[in-house]
Design a protein around this ligand. Structure first.
Ligand code: TXD
Length: 298
C-alpha cells in the first residue's frame, strides 16, 4: 500500500510521520520547495528502528514519483496571512489545487483522495471535478477533526459523555453544524462547546502566530487512512459529495459517512431537528458561494 502526501508542510509531514511510525503504509512525500520533502522524509525514516517499522518513505519534487499510489492526501496550499482576505486565499489555493488535481489525474487516476487544503469543502469539490475520479473516492477531511475538538471541549464539563452521540456536520468554517443526541449535556454546555469548537482553529493560530493547527488535523487524516487501508467501514464525519441527501445536491459538505476500502461506502442520513436543518442549509449556501467564485464548469 502506497500513500502519496502532497505538501510537506506541517500537516503533510506530520501525517507522513504518523503513517511511518505506525507501519501503516509506504509514503511518498512531495513538495514544490526543493529539498523540503527529501529532508523531512529522511528524518522521518530514521525513527523506523525506534518504532520497529518497515514502511518506506521517500521525498519527491516531481509528480511522476507519486505514480502507483493507492491513496493521495492533498495538504498543499497556503494558510491565510495578515491582510489576505478569504477570497484571496480561495483564489490562491484553488490555483494550487487545480494544478495538483491534473497531476493526480495523470499519475494516480484510480486512487482514493483525501483533501485537507482550505477552504476544505470547496477544494474537495474542485478536486473531484478536475480529476474526474468517482465522488465516493474523493473525501474531505474536516468532520473527524471538528467532531474531536467538539467532544474534547464538551469533556471539560461532562467527563462521561458518549462519543457516538455527537457530530460536527456542515462546512469546515463559521457555519459548522453541531449535533447532539445526548441527554447528558445541558443546552448551556452544548452552546459553549459549539462556539469554542467553531473558533478553535483561530484560537490556535493566535497562539502560534505563524502557522495553524497540525497535531489533531494529522491525527484525523491518519484515522481516515486507517479506515480505508484496513477496510474498517468506520462511521465518521467527512466532507462528501451529496446527490440529494439532506436535500442538497452537487456540493461537498460535512456529513456522517461509512469509510472503507472503496472510499465512502455510504452516506448516513441521520434525522435532523428543524433548527439543525436550517443551519445545514445555511452552511451549504455558504459553501456554494465559494464554489461559484472559483467558477469551474458545473
Ligand atoms: O481540517 C482541515 N481540513 C484543516 C485544513 C486542518 C489544518 C490545516 N488545514 C489546511 O491545510 C490549511 O489551511 C492549509 O490550506 C493546508 C496545509 O496546512 P499546513 O499547516 O500543512 O500548511 P503549511 O505548513 O504551509 O504547508 C503547506 C505546504 C508547503 O510546504 C508548501 O511548500 C506546499 O504546501 N505547497 C505545495 N506542495 C506541492 N505542490 C504545490 N503546488 C504546492 N504549493 C504549496
Amino acid at each position: 500500500m502506497k500513500v502519496a502526501i502532497i505538501g510537506a508542510g506541517n500537516v503533510g509531514a506530520m501525517v507522513a510521520s504518523r503513517v511511518i511510525d505506525a507501519d501503516l503504509a509506504d509514503v511518498v512525500l512531495l513538495d514544490v520547495v526543493p529539498g523540503l520533502a527529501k529532508g523531512k522524509a529522511l528524518d522521518i525514516s530514521d525513527a523506523r528502528p525506534i518504532f520497529d517499522s518497515s514502511a518506506n518513505i521517500t521525498g519527491a519534487e516531481d509528480f511522476k514519483d507519486i505514480k502507483g499510489s493507492n491513496i493521495v492526501v492533498i495538504t498543499a496550499g497556503l494558510a491565510r496571512k495578515p491582510g489576505m482576505s478569504r477570497d484571496d486565499l480561495l483564489k490562491k489555493n484553488s490555483d494550487i489545487i487545480k494544478e495538483i488535481s491534473s497531476q493526480v489525474k495523470k499519475y494516480c487516476p484510480s486512487s482514493i483522495i483525501i483533501v485537507v487544503t482550505n477552504p476544505l469543502d470547496v477544494m474537495s469539490y474542485l478536486v473531484m471535478k478536475i480529476t474526474g475520479i468517482d465522488h465516493k473516492k474523493v473525501i474531505g477531511m474536516a468532520g473527524v477533526l471538528d467532531t474531536a475538538r467538539f467532544i474534547n471541549i464538551l469533556r471539560e464539563k461532562n467527563k462521561d459523555i458518549d462519543d457516538d452521540k455527537f457530530l460536527m456536520m456542515g462546512s469546515h468554517g463559521d457555519t459548522m453544524v453541531p449535533v447532539s443526541r445526548s441527554e447528558k449535556v445541558s443546552k448551556e454546555d452544548f452552546t459553549r462547546a459549539s462556539e469554542l469548537t467553531r473558533n478553535r482553529g483561530a484560537e490556535i493560530v493566535r497562539y502560534l502566530e505563524t502557522g495553524s493547527a497540525y497535531f489533531a488535523p494529522s491525527a484525523s487524516v491518519f484515522f481516515m487512512l486507517k479506515a480505508i487501508i484496513k477496510d474498517e467501514k468506520k462511521p465518521l464525519c467527512a466532507s462528501a459529495y451529496l446527490r440529494g441527501q439532506y436535500n442538497e445536491k452537487d456540493i461537498y459538505i460535512g456529513v456522517p459517512v461509512i469509510l472503507g476500502a472503496q472510499g465512502i461506502e455510504r452516506i448516513i442520513e441521520t434525522a435532523l431537528a428543524e433548527e439543525e436543518k436550517q443551519a445545514f442549509k445555511e452552511s451549504a449556501r455558504q459553501i456554494r458561494e465559494g464554489i461559484d467564485k472559483i467558477a469551474e464548469p458545473r
